[in-house]
Design a protein around this ligand. Structure first.
Ligand code: GDP
Ligand code: MG
Length: 661
């Protein structure tokens, strides 16, 4: 049994999905976070699968994620639909509901954000709404976990009893008549094409060609449909699209007036007041910088180091204990070295940065959940336009600070192909969280007086490169204008501790998973390559090891960037698997000695960090890029370009800095 979950962007589908299934998917307070259908088993009914679909306003539009939702409903043969509507903008949500009802699949309307409605003193007559629409209506609050069980029971009931919405909702008026006539004309065709009749009729009336083709209508049938439409246009006095949408909205307005007690919107008024400052002409950008600066300061100079210190001590204690145990047990020195110098050193070096990551995502999720991040998209629209990008690109770009993989996927929300490809290419310049441990490590070791500042500089540098790159792109490969962009700003609210906590938990889990899989493996491989010489004799002298041979091959290539040790080359190469591996490799190779010894001076360190910031993110990001570009050779080209840019940038910096200093 499969249940589709459909609704407008940002109405809380993913939050509801998580409640229904116990999953922990990203709930974002801006549209465009979910771009793929996600599936999960209903709690206590694992055989019943719930599919979280990307948000859409209507089933006729054609951006990539909208197509996913529509295709799933039409061709994925779901057994039931939960249509989620944000009750605080009920009218807009019901437009989609009318189309969902036309699909004729057993459906339940769930009204989300009931907590918000009640907080403003509003209420809704669900009984009357249910009668007007002909499907059950269940009030819920995904955030407060209210009404979830009732919703699950209701959808199971309608699916089991196969209760389909029968009623033709729009039955009277010119549109109602027109639908009735077209229904009669195409009934047989719809049946043989496997399309829901009411849906097909409405799409035809609105003039959707592909539907006519799918129904395999003859020329005469097409003409008959067109005659009905002409009559409708005459009666309403507007063209087909306007006549259809207008009638629907008029119907919805009537229903809303009947069932809804409109809340006072203290939140809206308060948001407007806050927005006059936060997104105002003068203060928007300074405040944005200030807020981000504060987040970085608190993360990297106050809370982060404290947590990191604690974690390091913990890791050290465990490492020592394990080492002692191995010594007592008298295991072979090689095995002991593998465990202590390889696995513990490698994985441990990465693990100690867990607190920094968690703290950063705490702040970011507070900013997101409060509604500020959506404002960032809004205030960034103008500058992004200047460099030939649309404000809509900001969502993937912001996600890129977390991880390039979901960010690359989120670029699908851009309906215009030019904007989409350009955004794909820029995402890697948003420094992802896997690079953070590297920055934090070097900032602590080399720039201890103001570690936060160095990290901010690196992030800004990435952004500057993105700006330069997009300026170049829009003058060369991607000429033209970006598509206009409409973003709805949610009201400001206090962040919910639950959703902030869940995001932190998810980040921590992802981080740990990576540490114990990719980094673990990379550490073992690096240890083996470092401990054996080419004839597989154990060697204590690192210089004789296989790894040294490999690294020394690459050394001349990296010399212009100021890297004089083969260890650095090896770290950068393993960094292609995952960025944390740069750090774990350096730790395994330095064998407990200070990393500072590997670099001649700070200029070399900075050159190294620039290279790390700019070169190809990791295999996972590469795979995502390949999927989105739909071609291996193009993706390889992009990866090569990224490495070339990184090489050039680090090289130019190093050469110039050496001349100046
Ligand atoms: P989606 O785009 O439809 O998947 O929406 P999300 O699940 O990502 O949620 C959008 C925003 O609405 C998030 O900030 C949620 O925290 C918030 N939200 C979801 N459900 C509720 C609710 O019942 N009440 C309130 N006040 N906020 C909610
Ligand atoms: Mg979502």
């Amino acid at each position: 049994m499969r249940i589709a979950l459909i609704g407008n962007p940002n109405c809380g589908k993913t939050a509801l999905f998580n409640r229904l299934t116990g999953a922990n998917q990203h709930v974002g307070n801006y549209p465009g976070v979910t771009v793929e259908a996600k599936e999960g088993g209903l709690r206590a009914h694992a055989d019943c699968r719930v599919v979280d679909l990307p948000g859409v306003y209507s089933l006729r539009t054609y951006s990539a994620e909208e197509r996913i939702s529509r295709d799933f409903l039409l061709d994925g043969a779901p057994d039931g639909v939960i249509n989620l509507v944000d009750v605080t903008c009920l009218g807009r949500g019901l437009y989609l509901t009318l189309q969902v009802i036309e699909l004729g699949i057993p459906a339940v309307l769930a009204l989300n954000m009931m907590d918000d409605l009640h907080a403003g003193g509003g209420s809704v007559d669900t009984q009357a709404l249910s009668e007007a629409l002909g499907i059950p209506v269940i009030p819920v609050s995904a955030a407060k976990n209210q009404g979830i069980q009732a919703l699950a029971d209701s959808i199971l009931r309608v699916v089991r009893t196969d209760k389909r919405p029968k009623k033709q909702v729009l039955s009277d008026g010119a549109l109602g008549q027109c639908i009735g006539q077209v229904n009669a004309l195409i009934a047989d065709r719809a049946k043989s094409a496997g399309l829901p009749l009411a849906f097909a009729a409405s799409r035809l009336i609105e003039g959707e060609r592909p539907i006519a083709d799918r129904l395999a209508l003859s020329t005469r049938e097409r003409e008959s449909v067109e005659r009905c439409v002409v009559r409708l246009e005459e009666q309403v006095g507007a063209d087909r699209a306007v006549a259809s949408a207008g009638t629907r909205y008029a119907f919805i307005d009537r229903v809303c007036a009947d069932v809804l007690t409109v809340p006072k919107r203290p939140a809206r008024a308060r948001s407007a007041a806050i927005d006059r400052v936060l997104t105002g002409k003068i203060l928007a950008y300074p405040l944005f910088l200030l807020i981000m600066g504060l987040v970085f300061y608190l993360t990297f100079s106050v809370l982060g180091p404290w947590g990191q210190d604690l974690a390091e001590r913990g890791v050290q204690a465990v490492t020592d204990a394990a080492d002692r145990l191995l010594l007592d047990l008298g295991v072979h020195p090689a095995l002991r070295s593998l465990i202590s110098d390889g696995i513990f050193a490698g994985v441990g070096s990465v693990l100690s940065f867990l607190p920094v990551i968690v703290v950063l995502f705490f702040f970011l999720s507070v900013l997101e959940d409060s509604g500020y991040m959506a404002r960032v998209a809004f205030i960034m629209d103008r500058p992004l336009r200047l460099i030939g990008l649309s404000g809509k690109s900001i969502v993937p770009l912001l996600l890129g600070f977390g991880c390039s993989v979901p960010a690359i996927m989120a670029s699908r929300t851009l309906s215009c192909d030019r904007d989409r490809k350009m955004t794909l290419l820029l995402v890697p310049y948003m420094s992802c969280s896997a690079k953070l441990p590297i920055y934090a490590m070097f900032a602590g070791a080399f720039f201890a007086s103001a570690p936060g500042l160095l990290i901010v500089e690196l992030y800004l540098l990435g952004i500057v490169f993105a700006i330069l790159a997009s300026a170049v792109f829009s003058k060369t490969a991607f000429r033209g204008k970006s598509a206009p962009f409409l973003l709805e700003l949610p009201d400001y609210r206090l962040p919910s501790p639950g959703s902030v906590f869940r995001l932190m938990l998810r980040k921590a889990k992802e981080f740990l998973q990576k540490a114990f899989t990719v980094i673990f493996l990379a550490s073992v491989v690096i240890w083996v390559l470092r401990s054996f010489d080419p004839r597989f004799h154990l060697t204590a002298d690192g210089e004789q090891s296989m790894l040294a041979l490999i690294g020394k091959q690459a050394l001349p290539l990296f010399a212009p960037l100021g890297f004089e040790r083969w260890e650095i080359c090896c770290a950068l190469i393993t960094g292609l698997t995952a960025k944390e591996a740069v750090l774990s490799t350096l730790s395994v190779l330095s064998g407990g000695a200070a990393l500072t010894a590997l670099f001649a001076d700070r200029i070399a360190v900075f050159s190294f960090l620039i290279f790390t910031l700019l070169y190809t993110p990791c295999v996972a990001a590469f795979a995502a890029l390949r999927r989105e570009l739909g071609s291996l050779s193009k993706a390889l080209g992009v990866a090569l370009m990224q490495c070339a840019v990184a090489y050039a940038a680090a090289g130019v910096f190093y050469q110039i800095a050496c001349m100046v200093v």
